[in-house]
Design a binder for this molecule. Structure first.
Ligand SMILES: Cc1cc2nc3c(=O)[nH]c(=O)nc-3n(C[C@H](O)[C@H](O)[C@H](O)COP(=O)(O)OP(=O)(O)OC[C@H]3O[C@@H](n4cnc5c(N)ncnc54)[C@H](O)[C@@H]3O)c2cc1C
Length: 427
């Protein structure tokens, strides 16, 4: 089989790449090892992710499925009282902020919706597992070998190979992309499931994502998925999880009543309606993820931390960037370069680095972070939380945040300042 572009993995990064390629008039082949629909974690979408979905033509589907509309993120302090709120807002071409919304969605349905649309628009799905890259004599990547679902070995030759294999990090594991290094949150574990009949807000904030902070690296989430179901999870250091010596189920049920009084209030009786699952060591970074004939998108090169729900957005946005870079390559504009996808790599890292700083700042100085987000640099934080992060210009909020991310800032002078600022948001 021969094609212009072969994409390994049909999660959001892979299917978004196929959809953006189709907009450029470039056909692609997606290789996916799992049968869809299948369970996947990662349901809450950022504001700019919602915008990408509208651009790709998904607005009608999202309304049809009646997925919860997310208008913001609320982060509760350890006592469950003080909170800060970051609304989903869009920015017009004139630079004005306006109230907007995005969605949360169970990933089995979401990933299938993306895959179905990619196929409907011309992508070819090969059901099977990519097993090895095809290399030319100079080490350039020219395709992939696949073990198909019906147990055949096939070769797919391509001008460009896109690795969208998620945490499987296919091209890094095969020694083509760079080595995987530990991220800042690699010694964490997330344990998660779903509950029904949780107490939700009434009114417009009903579909919002809620984060409950206990202490450094110990937090939980509450993401409404439909009228009755809420995705819940607890994220803790792996050593803490092991010290409890509990099953995932028992750990999650107990933690949901201990991690923060506000999540306990919202789930008076914890009855899990899904298997309790866990993911550990999820934070990693592959610094060299492009080269002759290949590029990586989404989790296949970096995952920072799930707290502010950026994973799906990174996959989709990098899908958009990669399609432009592939178009330039196939048109001959960058073909002679040692690394034709170097600009794509730099652009992707700009956004990932902003979110790395955002998350590091949150964990280093949560009080200062809350004060910045809710008060001093409100608009800059609205932009970052939405995902307007692909710019070399640093806003004052980003500069301040990078300082606290680096641990360079003295502690904010008083907790009462934070409490005063956040009490308004909690009201
Ligand atoms: C605890 C936790 C909570 C999270 N919550 C959120 C959230 O609320 N919002 C959010 O946006 N993100 C969240 N994320 C992150 C999100 O899940 C990922 O960032 C996102 O799924 C990445 O998309 P992707 O397409 O890059 O990878 P994936 O979604 O993992 O897709 C990769 C695909 O590649 C396929 N594949 C792998 N290897 C091969 C192979 N050799 N051959 C063929 N196919 C292959 C897999 O089967 C899979 O379908 C969370 C992550 C964690 C760990």
């Amino acid at each position: 089989m021969k094609t212009d572009v072969v994409i390994i993995g049909g999660g959001p990064a892979g299917t978004a790449t196929a959809l953006y390629l189709e907009k450029e008039g470039i056909p692609s082949v997606i290789v996916e090892k799992d049968e869809f629909p299948r369970y996947h974690i990662g349901e809450s979408l950022t504001g700019e992710c919602g915008k990408c979905l509208r651009t790709l033509g998904f607005a009608d589907e999202m309304k049809q499925y009646e997925h919860p509309v997310k208008r913001g993120v609320k982060v509760y302090g350890p006592n469950g009282k003080n909170a800060f709120y970051v609304p989903v807002m869009t920015r017009s071409d004139e630079g004005e902020l306006a109230v907007s919304s995005t969605w949360s969605m169970p990933r089995d349905a979401f990933d299938k919706m993306m895959m179905d649309k990619a196929i409907a628009r011309g992508a070819t799905l090969v059901k099977g597992r990519a097993t090895a890259p095809i290399l030319n004599e100079n080490g350039g990547v020219r395709g992939v070998e696949v073990r198909t679902a019906d147990d055949k070995n096939i070769r797919i030759e391509a001008e460009v190979v896109v690795d969208a294999s998620g945490p499987a990090t296919f091209l890094s594991n095969k020694g083509v992309a760079g080595k995987k290094s530990r991220g800042n949150y690699s010694r964490q574990i997330a344990v998660f499931s779903q509950v029904k009949n949780a107490i939700r807000d009434e009114g417009p904030t009903r579909g919002d994502t809620l984060i409950f902070f206990q202490k450094k690296n110990h937090w939980s989430w509450f993401i409404p998925l439909d009228d009755g179901t809420v995705s819940v999870g607890v994220t803790v250091p792996s050593d803490y999880f092991l010290s409890k010596n509990e099953s995932k189920h028992d750990f999650l049920v107990r933690e949901l009543h201990e991690v923060n009084p506000e999540i306990k209030r919202r789930i008076p009786e914890v009855v899990l309606t899904e298997e309790a699952r866990a993911i550990s060591n999820y934070s990693y970074h592959i610094k060299e993820f492009t080269g002759d004939g290949f590029l990586c998108v989404g989790d296949s090169h970096r995952f920072i931390d799930p707290i502010f729900s950026f994973g799906v957005y990174f996959g989709i946005k990098e899908g958009e960037f990669s399609a432009k870079a592939i178009k330039a390559y196939l048109d001959g504009e960058t073909r002679g370069l040692a690394n034709p996808f170097a600009d794509y790599q730099r652009q992707s890292e700009v956004g990932q680095d902003v979110i790395q700083a955002l998350i590091d700042a949150f964990w280093n100085e949560p009080l200062a972070f809350a004060f910045f987000a809710h008060s001093r640099y409100k608009d800059d934080f609205v932009d970052m939380f939405a995902g307007r992060i692909y710019t070399d210009e640093e806003s004052p909020g980003l500069v301040a945040m990078k300082k606290i991310a680096a641990g360079a800032m003295a502690k904010m002078d008083s907790e009462s300042e934070f409490a005063g600022a956040t009490a308004v948001a909690a009201a």
